[in-house]
Write a protein that binds this ligand. Sequence first.
Ligand SMILES: O=C(O)C[C@H](O)C(=O)O
Ligand code: SF4
Length: 516
Amino acid sequence: MSQVATSYLQTLEKSLYDLISETSTNLPTDVRRAIKKAKEAENAGTRAAMSLDTISNNIVMAEDNVSPICQDTGLPTFKVKTPVGVNQLEIKAAIKNAIVQASKDAKLRPNAVDSLTGKNSGDNTGEGFPVIKFEQWENDYIEVKLILKGGGCENKNIQYSLPCELEGLGRAGRDLDGIRKCILHSVWQAQGQGCSAGFIGVGIGGDRSSGYDLAKEQLFRHVDDVNPNEDLAKLEAYIVEKANTFGVGTMGFGGEATLLGCKIGVGHRLPASFFVSVAYNCWAYRRMAIDIDAATGEIKKWHYQEGERVTFRDEPKEETKSENKVVELRAPITEEQIRALKVGDVVKISGRMYTGRDAIHHHLMSHDAPVDLNGQVIYHCGPVMAKDENDNWTVKAAGPTTSIREEPYQGDIMKKFGIRAVIGKGGMGPKTLAALKEHGGVYLNAIGGAAQYYADCIKSVDGVDLMEFGIPEAMWHLTVEGFTAVVTMDSHGNSLHADVEKSSLEKLSQYAERVF
Ligand SMILES: O=C(O)C[C@H](O)C(=O)O
Ligand code: SF4
């Protein structure tokens, strides 16, 4: 290979690496402005304001540490446009190399899991992983767009087939008003589980797969653009306005900001099919794009950088509201300590906690625990880890994961092992709530996506078990200091999540009348 070709490929790979690193660690300018607006809408001292404060701190920390904003760096999805004649195979290979390197450098969490064996490939490559889509265009440069959309918000995507019946809204027909109802419903059903306040991309039409593609494509639009289609522009503005009256709020804690952006695209459909597909993205809305010089491989331009850049530095700190009791906890925790906690209390944990998510919960149903969990705290978390120069594990990002996936197991496991507290996000269901009451347990909601903030609370990694499940799924033994979370389900049968779901459903039902 000639000197010129080698240096083009090296420069290209470096450009792609920079795109990946920047997307994972530095939130785009338009998204920052939307989060700032959400902060301004909240009343000082509320749980939502506190959460947004943690979120904005976390944005600053990720930028400073050049570390993932959220530990879940998603299924990296690249959309590439090339001039006619550019070798796409080379670009594909360069993307894969850059992905592997970014995973080694802990800019990405190893996220590629073999669906049949459960084995994590360790470097974010696998069948269909990452996703790379090419198109040709008439321009003389290459455009690469990247979105890192985590699994928690991906699980809240939803597809409607019209006509259908919707909770709270009744019949949604095959017209603009039916579409309106589906989109409102999509925001409501996500509750806080996709780390609200979120952004949605909507695809009207297509088939099941092209409908979702269209929805995801909308997530590449600028938060503050205006849809050129007048009807859709009106609908987008309507959805944002009304969704923000639901009171779901940041993390589902209640509050003013539930939805920060709605972008709707339309395609033709089949006579028999009428799909409305919604892609829900968390506040950690990580998407970026670059233009690359097709001759040199150098970055010519970064996208999503226009307008005022909110830094979130030097902002006044939210003080914990005085009526929110702040309770210090250290494991092992007694039943008495747990019974004293009520929904709304703020808990600061110091000492030991153990991570455990999907694989661990499934495993513990039929196996002994590798450590004594009596009185202990389980953290639903799949961290990004790296080895330091002395070959010791260090935590690079460690926010909570969506807890509801552990609903079938959680109550049984708490009772079986004597676990007193579980930390996660998005809340859990009636089975867990009943177990908390019976056994004397508590559910603590941490701020989803605040992976740098929580990593900073982790003072040491003292051990790891069940590494065969891969880094995100292993049981990490952590020592933490001042790890803050909110009691959202207590041992007296109270659940903030159940309350917010009910009150937001009442709000949703106010929009059943025809509008469009
Ligand atoms: O996998 C994770 O760490 C988090 C996930 O994105 C989630 O929101 O549940
Ligand atoms: S944990 Fe929350 S912020 Fe992170 S990817 Fe999942 S939904 Fe997004």
